[in-house]
Design a protein around this ligand. Sequence first.
Ligand SMILES: [Fe+2]
Ligand SMILES: [Fe+2]
Length: 303
Amino acid sequence: MPGVRKFEHAHLYVPNVEETASFYEEVMGLRRRSSGDVVRLETDPETHYDLYDNHHTIALEEGTAGIDHFAIRITESEFESVESRLASAGVEYEIHEGAEPGQQRSIRTSLPGGLPIELEVVEKAPDVDRQQVLPHSGVHHAPKGQDHITLASSDVKTDAEFLRDVLGFKISDVAMAGPDMWGMAFTRWGDHHHDVALIVAPTREQTGLHHIAWQMTDLNHMKQLVDVLGKAGHEIDIDFTRHVLGNNVSLYFRDPAGHRVEITTEVAKLDADTPTTFHEEDPNDIVTFWDGTHPPLGEEEDH
Ligand SMILES: [Fe+2]
Ligand SMILES: [Fe+2]
């Protein structure tokens, strides 16, 4: 989906592909783009402009629950600069041509903590049929698209500085977890407050995906999705809350594989030159504006 949100897709391992794919279709309102060993799903186009580059948002493959990689959308000219930055920093990377459906080419590398990242240029359709997308033709409760990804990192500072200094992200906010210890970092590629967020993992074994967030229009839209979620018998992990860092309103639950899902609205926009803000107070004091609606950090129920 074109626009300011740059997190493009995540490729996940799930124990039961059909069960998880059905959840994303029936509860989240996504549609299946392709089947086979890897099932790819996408959100409905919101407007005909989305048809310029329809692209999958989530890929599911059989395996122990976890993440294979996540992707950030970049332009052709950004591709050249990312490649030269990686080369001059001496970081290993691979270039792939059309390795995934809807992908023109991509650079694959890893964060210092080992989390794989893909920076991809998506294929553009030069001429679209606007009649394919009628106003309000989509599933009413379905997210407008992907919003951001949050990763559990063994070293938030090192990973965030790699995103900033090597790949060219900006860091919007950092929550300190102690002297010289970064607990959370929120990084942006464009002006969306966070495209990739990092949160400290209690142990190295717990690094990987923390959650994937989906963009909703407003609170009413979130309610519509939660109505479907509840009716389908799923539980909410964290109820409606407003985060201080990002200012977004959020609610969290799990997919059938146990991956944490966030639905969110009102994520802040920042200028390109907005500096990083460091928050020295207890991260629990800035996790929400609505006291009592967010469990203490690190104490969310682990399924
Ligand atoms: Fe990918
Ligand atoms: Fe989030």
